[in-house]
Design a binder for this molecule. Structure first.
Ligand code: MN
Length: 203
């Protein structure tokens, strides 16, 4: 059975002005849809049809770059939509303690997320992730993903230009500031930490 594009977990104006409804109409409705469609076309009639998205990422990594890019980007974008929310909420006590342990404070974590996002050359993703009980900031380039990495991804931020150009033009710092300070979904990060294994794309 083919994968379907997941619905956004909020109204398309919920993230304004950090991320506008206009941006989401293209980023979710066009870009994400295209990744899903291309992945579906690539697995149709093969023995990967019917597998989970995570299995397809693993099976294609290093052996089928075209399929890998579309599967990983399908996963990354779904995870990214959930990584944001209209109201940021608060981290669980466990997550808050791990943030303090790894970064010293929430403010320092936010600063480092912005710095890494700004410093990331060209297209990719910046992640808050957990491994062996410790938090770290990770980066993946282009369509690469942490879905099959051994890290438990807690949150991600898309730093491809298409994530911010309509709202902030070339000003990646303005996008990062608006998302990191006001739209990161700490409840989702807390759920991911509590589960203890990587989020999976809804079947
Ligand atoms: Mn994107």
């Amino acid at each position: 059975m083919a994968f379907e594009l997941i619905d956004l977990p909020y109204d398309d104006s919920a993230l304004e002005p950090a991320v506008s409804a206009n941006t989401l109409s293209f980023h979710h409705g066009k870009h994400h849809q295209a990744y899903i469609d291309k992945m579906n076309a690539a697995i149709d009639g093969t023995d990967l049809a019917g597998k989970s998205m995570e299995d397809i990422v693993v099976a294609s990594r290093g052996s089928n770059q075209g399929l890998f890019n579309n599967a990983a980007q399908s996963w990354n974008h779904a995870f990214y939509w959930h990584s944001m929310a209209a109201e940021t909420g608060a981290p669980s006590a466990d997550l808050a303690a791990k943030i303090d342990e790894a970064f010293g404070s929430m403010d320092e974590l936010k600063q480092q997320l912005k710095d890494r996002g700004l410093g990331h050359f060209a297209s990719g993703w910046v992640w808050l992730a957990e491994k062996d009980g410790k938090l770290s900031i990770e980066e993946t380039h282009d369509g690469d993903t942490l879905a099959d990495s051994g890290f438990n991804p807690l949150l991600t931020i898309d730093v491809w230009e298409h994530a911010y150009y309509l709202d902030h033009q070339n000003k990646r710092p303005a996008y990062l500031d608006a998302v990191v300070e006001g739209k990161l979904n700490w409840a989702f990060a807390s759920e991911n930490l509590a589960r203890g294994s990587a989020w999976t794309y809804p079947a």
